[in-house]
Write a protein that binds this ligand. Structure first.
Ligand code: ATP
Ligand code: MG
Length: 363
């Protein structure tokens, strides 16, 4: 089923969607590359499904245009688009067998009987459902039903596969299995995948790029590394995982980065990006911070006191309060915690100069 040549390239330009006076999507522009695995990530109600429905042609945008391989498809009905869709909840036809479910999109497209039989057999094999062809969906497990939904969406070799939280109904281990399966299907088919989730670790693990939505706005698009390590704003930084924030004063350019005052200690930040501001927030992921009796010569450090310590085996999770009153969380090797913590919990909080990023002080 190698058909990378068919994978579609999608371009959304200034897409908006209003339901009455409510704006569900605002001025959304996004390029989705051929064969890309793009994930739409955002909290409930942020507009992910609405955008997917517009890509599929089930909803018309109120503003903007949509292109597939350079062709304007904004007014093209869903059945004429080359997109397969797996819905939030699997939406299989309950009265049809596994085989008939997978064959359905091929029949709608009036493919020859022989081709339908061949494709269905191929898809059944590919998603590991051999021997289950004649069963009704109600006789299948959740994971098996999800495989049928995937097979049905991929059966006609769509240019783009749209997946709306396909695994939300599955338990954790099955979810892991299906994620691996979806990744494999993406690699094997070369199809463009647009995948919706509100699970940030799922987004980071699976995608070539992640698009972060909030309140109908596309806030940032980038590789998992870019959005996690260089978030463009506070919402993105906090949505993607735990983050410590320290006020930074008197920020000024220095070499390839900036310097500034963090609780009266001079600290350096390399590759700061984003332009220096007089006052800012220095944001650092917990795994990029450590503790020590003294900061090393090339390290940043500020004084803090551990207020709670949770033993997790090889790691210890510490909650600290800095002298200036900021709350910080770190996870360090248990041995480090034993050696560094003073009797009274006093310790230096340390981090390398090339870790962390600046966010606006307010907003
Ligand atoms: N047909 C509709 N009529 C009116 N409002 C709608 C309609 N469809 C969606 N909305 C509203 O648009 C907003 C975005 O909805 P959408 O379903 O796109 O969110 P989502 O990001 O997919 O959320 P979830 O993670 O909960 O699935 C919501 O506030 C929703 O109530
Ligand atoms: Mg949704």
């Amino acid at each position: 089923m190698q058909h990378a040549g068919r994978a579609a390239e999608i371009r959304a330009v200034g897409i908006g969607k209003s339901f009455g006076s409510f704006q569900a999507l605002k001025d959304l522009s996004l390029d989705i590359g051929r064969g890309e695995f793009l994930t739409l990530l955002g909290p409930s109600g942020s507009g992910k499904t609405t955008f997917l429905m517009i890509l599929a042609g089930f909803e018309a945008p109120s503003e903007g245009r949509l292109f597939s391989d350079g062709v304007d498809i904004t007014d093209q009905p869903a059945e004429r688009r080359s997109s397969g869709m797996v819905f939030q909840g699997y939406a299989l036809f309950p009265h049809m067998s596994v085989e008939a479910n997978i064959a359905f999109p091929l029949k709608v497209r009036r493919k020859p009987e022989q081709e339908i039989r061949r494709r269905v057999a191929e898809m059944v094999e590919r998603v590991g459902l051999k021997g289950h062809e004649h069963k009704l969906p109600s006789k299948l497990s959740g994971g098996q039903q999800q495989r049928v939904a995937l097979a049905r969406a991929l059966a006609f070799e769509p240019g783009v596969l749209l997946l709306d939280e396909p695994f939300s109904a599955l338990d954790k281990s099955l979810r892991g299995q299906m994620q691996a399966e979806m990744k494999r299907l993406h690699e094997e088919t070369g199809t463009t995948f647009v995948f919706v989730t509100h699970d940030q670790s799922e987004a980071l693990a699976l995608s070539s790029r992640v698009a972060i939505f909030n309140h109908g706005e596309l806030l940032q698009v980038g590789t998992p590394q870019e959005v996690y390590e260089r978030p463009g704003n506070r919402f993105v930084a906090e949505f993607l995982g735990e983050i410590n924030m320290l006020p930074l004063r008197d920020v000024r350019p220095a070499g390839d980065g900036v310097r500034g005052l963090c609780e009266d200690r001079e600290i350096a930040l390399r590759n700061a990006g984003g332009g220096a501001r007089t006052d800012a927030l220095l944001a650092i992921r917990p795994e990029h911070m450590s503790i020590a009796r003294e900061p090393g010569p090339q390290e940043n450090g500020i004084a803090a006191t551990a207020t709670s310590s949770t033993y997790l085996g090889s790691a210890t999770r510490l909650e600290l309060t800095t002298r200036g009153g900021a709350k910080v969380t770190v996870s360090v090797p248990t041995e480090t915690a034993r050696q560094a913590l003073g009797e009274d919990g006093g310790v230096w909080l340390t981090w390398p100069q090339d870790r962390g990023f600046l966010l606006p002080a307010s907003g």
